[in-house]
Write a protein that binds this ligand. Structure first.
Ligand code: SF4
Ligand code: SF4
Length: 267
C-alpha cells in the first residue's frame, strides 16, 4: 500500500499528473472510487483483493478530463477497458497512465498503449471462475432455453440504467434508450421493453465488452446482466477472432467497415 501511495505522491508532487483515480475504504468494508488531487490525500488510497471495480468508466467523462493528466490504479479489467477506449478513439494515446500493483507489491507505471498491451497479454481472463462456469452453462443451452432464461431474469429489471451508467464502454453522450423522437424503446419497465433495452445494449457491446462484470455488480436487483454482454463479446470473438480489450489499434469487428465490403448494406 505504501508503495502505491508513494508513487501517487511523487506523480502529484512533480506535476506529472493532476489526479490519481484509485480506491478508498467505503462503507461496510467495500471499496469505492477515490479521486486524489493533492499530496495530503494520498493516504486515502488502498489496494487489496476487494478493489474489483472498473475505474475506466470515469476516464471518458468531461468533468474528469478537465482535471488534467490522469493516473488510474488499474486492475486487469481497467487495463482492458483502457485499450478498448483508446482503440475507439475515446482516449488519446498517453493521456492516462496506469498504475499496476504487482503480486510482489511493486507498482508499475504503464504510460502508453504499447506498455499496457504488453502487460495485458500476460494477464489471465477478467471473468471470475464462477462467472465463467455460468456463462459456459448458458452457452450450452439451446437458443429457446437461453431466451427463456433471459426473459425470466429480465422480468425483474426496473430500468434504472445502473448497468449502462457503470459500464466503461457505454460512453455515448446521447443514448438510443433516451431518444423519444421517435421513442425507439419503451421507457416503462415491462416485459417487451426490458427485452428490447437489453438486446440493443448487448448488440452495442458485441465485440467491445471487456468482461469486467461491473454492470452485473451495479444491478440493484441482482440480474447477472454482464453475462449477456459477455456472451455477445465472445460470439464476436469466436466468429472474427478479435478479443475486446487486447489492443489499442485493432480494428474491432463491429466498429469498422471497408468501403469495398462485398455487402452493400453499409453504403
Ligand atoms: S457490458 Fe458489463 S461486463 Fe461488459 S464492459 Fe460493460 S460493465 Fe463491463
Ligand atoms: S441495473 Fe439491473 S435493474 Fe437496472 S436497468 Fe440494468 S438490469 Fe435493469
Amino acid at each position: 500500500m505504501d508503495v502505491l501511495r508513494n508513487k501517487a505522491r511523487d506523480l502529484l508532487a512533480q506535476g506529472q499528473v493532476q489526479v490519481v483515480i484509485g480506491y478508498e475504504a467505503g462503507t461496510g468494508g467495500a471499496r469505492r472510487p477515490s479521486f486524489v488531487r493533492s499530496e495530503a490525500d494520498v493516504a486515502r488510497l488502498v489496494w487489496d483483493a476487494d478493489c474489483v471495480g472498473n475505474l475506466a468508466g470515469y476516464l471518458t467523462r468531461a468533468e474528469i478530463k478537465k482535471m488534467g493528466k490522469i493516473a488510474v490504479v488499474a486492475n486487469a479489467a481497467t487495463l482492458r477497458a483502457l485499450l478498448q477506449l483508446t482503440a475507439e478513439h475515446q482516449l488519446a494515446e498517453g493521456a492516462v497512465s496506469a498504475l499496476v500493483v504487482t503480486e510482489e507489491g511493486a507498482v508499475l507505471e504503464l504510460s502508453n498503449a504499447q506498455a499496457v498491451t504488453e502487460h495485458v497479454a500476460t494477464l489471465p481472463a477478467s471473468l471470475s471462475a464462477a462467472d465463467r462456469e455460468k456463462l459456459d452453462q448458458l452457452m450450452a443451452l439451446s437458443r429457446e432455453e437461453r431466451r427463456a432464461f433471459w426473459e425470466q431474469e429480465l422480468q425483474r429489471c426496473i430500468k434504472c440504467y445502473a448497468c449502462r451508467s457503470s459500464c466503461p464502454m457505454c460512453y455515448c453522450g446521447s443514448c438510443t434508450m433516451d431518444c423519444n423522437r421517435p421513442q425507439w424503446v419503451p421507457v416503462a419497465s415491462h416485459e417487451m421493453g426490458n427485452l428490447e433495452y437489453h438486446t440493443v445494449r448487448a448488440m452495442h457491446l458485441a465485440g467491445r465488452c471487456v468482461e469486467c462484470g461491473e454492470c452485473g455488480r451495479a444491478c440493484p436487483v441482482g440480474i447477472p446482466i454482464h453475462l449477456l454482454t459477455c456472451y455477445a463479446e465472445e460470439s464476436v470473438r469466436r466468429q472474427f477472432g478479435q478479443p475486446a480489450g487486447t489492443s489499442a489499434t485493432l480494428n474491432y469487428a463491429l466498429g469498422t467497415f471497408r468501403p469495398d465490403d462485398q455487402e452493400t448494406f453499409i453504403r
